[in-house]
Design a protein around this ligand. Structure first.
Ligand code: AMP
Ligand code: GLY
Length: 426
């Protein structure tokens, strides 16, 4: 089979590396891809947000048998529906199902209606009413822009002043553009002893009938060590989550995962693809922080390397709604991904910096924001690489990942030095 993966980042490179191991995949393509994907796939220079152009490309390339649509924006725009309308087979939810990520207000209302545990909330379109509610509830409180905002549309406010400022920025200043026309205001969930709740990302394959959680991972969202600085798309991940166990998995399947796919079916929004559950262990039990309609980035970079089963077999089983017949197996041990970012990220940063790579043996260097210019490897995004290593334990994996990461450099590179440590302290 010939397979095309849509997207440009580390997640897409990780998916391509997993598909490359498949016995059934002959040729891989990536639209648009980066310098790393170009090493294992043919990069296709078509803008995937231009649906007409993607369809035109697909019609002109009947030799491509299967499309994997991964980023949130083409999913929300209905690219899967468009490709299916011309007879192409795809992995990824259709537009109706992708709303579970595209609108936080929709996701919250679904959870409320079907009693899926999540933080209490209200939705507002009026700034004055939102302000009144924030003043009534007090801090800490969480503000969320309704729409897609590159993973940055959430403000956890510790004081009322922060909340009032945040509300102004999102609703009046349009800090996240139109995504902030509607706002979700949530209770701030806490862990035991009023510490921040502990989080876990659980990706799951689902064909709308069966849902199978993958191995778990934890993301480090803040820019700097010790969880300081701004929220980013994710500065590193490790797998597995230290507080996860079979009992918790059973509970999450029963109370959260199965009710979610049943709820979506009832609403006429059957979800087929990878459904991402961002969960938090709180003083009142495990709750949903967010849903994503896709593989997480950089969660995928630590999850897929541990997959023993052929990923293409799973993708096709999801498309053909026979996931229950596939046995999905994982390696034992741990995996760590350290993200190397451009100076300034997540705020503004320069592109086009020349990269030098030394000895990275013992790790896999996943490309995110890279390109080749005039024959040289250069930076081309905020998150530039994910350096991934496996080990018997998280400690062993992180040591290998950091030894390799130290040998990659460019002007301004920055990365966290505490990936994989967070939960062992608490
Ligand atoms: P999200 O983009 O929805 O995952 O939110 C980004 C981060 O904000 C999460 O990973 C949490 O750390 C934090 N967060 C979101 N919602 C809440 C909440 N209701 N209570 C506490 N922290 C939250
Ligand atoms: N790492 C979080 C996300 O993919 O949304």
């Amino acid at each position: 089979m010939n397979v095309l993966v849509i997207g440009n980042g580390g997640r897409e490179h990780a998916i391509l590396l997993a598909l490359k191991k498949s016995k059934r995949v002959e040729k891989l393509y990536c639209m648009k891809g980066n310098a790393g994907t170009a090493e294992i796939a043919e990069n296709v220079d078509v803008d995937y947000m231009n649906t007409a152009a993607v369809k035109e490309f697909a019609l002109a390339h009947p030799e491509i048998d299967y499309y994997v649509v991964t980023p949130d924006d083409p999913l929300a725009a209905g690219l899967v529906d468009e490709l299916e309308s011309i007879g192409k087979r795809c992995f990824g939810p259709n537009k109706r199902a992708a709303i579970i990520e595209a609108s936080k207000a929709y996701a919250k209302q679904l959870m409320k209606k079907y009693k899926i545990p999540t933080a209490e909330y209200e939705t507002f379109e009026s700034y004055e009413k939102a302000l009144e509610y924030v003043r009534k509830k007090g801090a800490p409180i969480v503000l969320k822009a309704d729409g897609l905002a590159l993973g940055k549309g959430v403000l956890v406010c510790e004081t009322l002043e922060q909340a009032e400022d945040g509300l102004k920025e999102i609703m009046l200043g349009k800090a996240f553009g139109a995504a902030g026309n509607k706002i979700v205001i949530e209770e701030c969930m806490r862990g035991l002893k009023y510490t921040p709740g502990e989080e876990v990302s659980v990706l799951a394959f689902t064909d709308g009938k069966t849902i199978v959680p993958m191995i778990t991972s934890c993301d480090h969202k803040r820019a700097f060590d010790g969880d300081e600085g701004l929220n980013t798309g994710g500065m590193g991940t490790f797998s597995p989550c230290p507080f996860w166990n079979k009992k918790l998995e059973k509970q999450v399947l029963k109370k959260i995962m199965v009710p979610t796919i049943k709820a979506l079916n009832k609403e006429g929004r059957t979800f087929k693809g990878c459904l991402y559950f961002g969960l938090m262990r709180t003083d009142k039990g495990i709750k949903v922080v967010e849903y994503n309609s896709r593989f997480g980035d950089p969660e995928t970079q630590v999850v897929l390397p541990m997959l023993k089963t052929d990923l293409m077999d799973i993708f096709e089983a999801v498309t053909e709604e026979r996931l229950k017949d596939v046995k999905i197996e994982w390696e034992d041990g741990a995996c760590v991904c350290v993200v190397l970012a451009s100076g300034g990220y997540p705020l503004s940063y320069e592109k086009g910096k020349e990269i030098t790579i030394g000895d990275t043996s013992g790790a896999t260097v996943i490309h995110a924001g890279t390109a080749v210019k005039d024959g040289k490897l250069v930076t081309n995004g905020g998150r530039v690489f994910g350096v991934v290593a496996k080990g018997k334990t998280v400690d062993e994996a992180r040591e290998k990942a950091y030894s390799a990461a130290e040998n990659i450099g460019w002007e301004g590179v920055h990365y966290r030095t505490d990936i994989g440590i967070k939960y062992r302290q608490g």
